[in-house]
Ligand binder design. Structure first.
Ligand code: ADP
Ligand code: MG
Length: 265
């Protein structure tokens, strides 16, 4: 074959299938997933509960190895975890015996990247997230939204160029969630990150993503993809919800999810 070489995608999954194995059975979590995410793109991933979204993120993060198929980052196979990939979860996993500042340095400690320069960068991020005043406080003194901002700083402090976000806003109250969506959106754009956001909130998926990838019921397969039009993509998530066509897209995605839910197993 005579193919014209193209620049590798930031993240590329080719025919990825993953089975969880126990002594008595094999359970297929995701099946034949093909997904390409370009550098700087922000993808939302939605699908019914248990369809394999977290599994996919764990595979990309190198925490699990796929049973079959390939996962490439910058064209190179993923062989394990790497500082290049940051992972943010619904739970913030802050340590109460460490100050906010020390929590922000935790990723640097774990990755062996802590030095004067990286500490300064983490402190700069704390400032960007309006957390400078609580540097010396304990996580127990902070609200849920502030704690999740600390978790984001901890992730960004290691300067990953890929961010995997697994329902990071779902434990927050609605107003805090909307504010944090805007903050994460602007921060990731400013720092030119590539990101995959898993969410069960369909309006959040459209408001934050350049594209929304829909997975079918377990085992998860890519079922469809919704391209978010530029005028919505370029608005901050909160304002995006009031843009023309937003409600139509939401209806479309909603219907799709209902069809998936009604399909026989
Ligand atoms: P989602 O994040 O979309 O809710 P998950 O990726 O967590 O889905 O799980 C996909 C499927 O794989 C589920 O049916 C879940 O029960 C199963 N599963 C997840 N982790 C494991 C595991 N470590 N061992 C066995 N089965 C698992
Ligand atoms: Mg999950």
């Amino acid at each position: 074959m005579n193919q014209i070489p193209s620049t590798p995608a930031k993240i590329e999954l080719g025919h990825v299938t993953h089975l969880y194995l126990s002594t008595s059975r094999a359970f297929m979590a995701v099946k034949d997933i093909n997904l390409r995410v370009e550098e700087g793109e922000f993808i939302s991933l939605v699908g019914p509960s248990g369809c394999g979204k977290t599994t996919l993120l764990s595979l990309i993060a190198g925490l699990e190895r796929p049973t079959s198929g390939t996962i490439l980052l910058d064209g190179k196979p993923v062989t394990g975890t790497s500082p290049q990939v940051g992972y943010m979860l619904q739970q913030d996993y802050l340590f109460n015996w460490r100050t906010i500042e020390e929590n922000a340095f935790l990723g640097l400690d774990i990755q062996g990247l802590r030095n004067k320069e990286s500490e300064e960068y983490a402190l700069h991020l704390l400032e960007e997230m309006e957390l400078a005043d609580v540097r010396k406080a304990s996580p127990a003194q902070l609200s849920g939204g502030m704690r999740q901002r600390v978790a984001l700083v901890r992730t960004l402090a290691c300067q990953p160029d890929v961010l995997l976000l697994d329902e990071p806003f779902s434990a927050l109250d609605y107003t805090t969630k909307l504010k944090l969506e805007d903050l994460v959106f602007t921060t990731l754009r400013r720092h030119k990150k590539t990101a995959i956001l898993v969410t069960h909130d369909l309006s959040e998926a459209i408001a934050m993503g350049d594209r929304v990838t829909v997975l079918s019921r377990n085992p998860g397969e890519v079922r469809s993809e919704l391209i978010v039009p530029p005028h919505i993509r370029e608005s901050l998530p909160f304002a995006a919800r009031n843009q023309d066509l937003f409600q139509e897209l939401l209806q479309q995605l909603w219907k799709e999810m209902e069809v998936i839910a009604d399909e026989p197993k």
